[in-house]
Design a protein around this ligand. Structure first.
Ligand code: HEC
Length: 135
């Protein structure tokens, strides 16, 4: 009995880092390949490639609407944990809520061209875990 408890404890402590790594990898996949946060929130280098040293640090958008779109934003913010937004929003939980509801902590809808995502909790949490792993 005690031995199985010890084995279980060992198994859990060993499994945890793997779960975390899988969650980060999944979050990265969602942010980079599925929702493409990375394209809108990362500046590009002179050659037009994403600047990997400034992942998700925000930028001046290189696209503009042909017709007027109300509340169009010319810039995207820094969405890394060291950016102003995380401090203003009080951390990861608000970011998760935003991705689940499309609403900021103040109840404001996402402004175009930022999509109003309504993601599942697990997906939103995985994306935010990935963002949280960035410098
Ligand atoms: C099509 C381009 C585009 C994509 C894709 C995109 N964003 Fe944005 N995002 C923007 C722009 C532009 C803004 C500024 C508009 C605003 O603040 O509402 C913004 C704003 C935000 C904000 C701040 C909102 C606010 O009101 O201050 C957060 C947080 C955010 N994006 C996170 C994400 C995440 C996470 C993803 C991927 C799951 C993502 N964005 C995908 C363009 C984009």
């Amino acid at each position: 009995m005690i031995r199985s408890a010890i084995l279980l404890a060992l198994f859990c402590s060993a499994a945890h880092p793997q779960d975390q790594a899988a969650k980060l990898a999944y979050g990265k996949y969602l942010a980079v390949e599925v929702s493409k946060c990375v394209n809108c929130h990362t500046p590009v280098t002179d050659s037009g490639a994403l600047d990997e040293t400034k992942l998700m640090k925000g930028k001046v958008m290189e696209v503009q609407p042909i017709d007027t779109i109300e509340h169009w934003h010319k810039t995207s913010p820094d969405i890394t944990p060291s950016g102003k937004l995380w401090k203003k929003w009080g951390g990861a939980q608000s970011m998760v809520q935003y991705l689940m509801t499309g609403l900021t902590p103040a109840g404001k809808p996402a402004g175009p061209p930022m999509p109003a995502y309504q993601l599942k909790k697990a997906d939103a949490e995985a994306i935010v875990a990935y963002l949280n792993s960035l410098p």
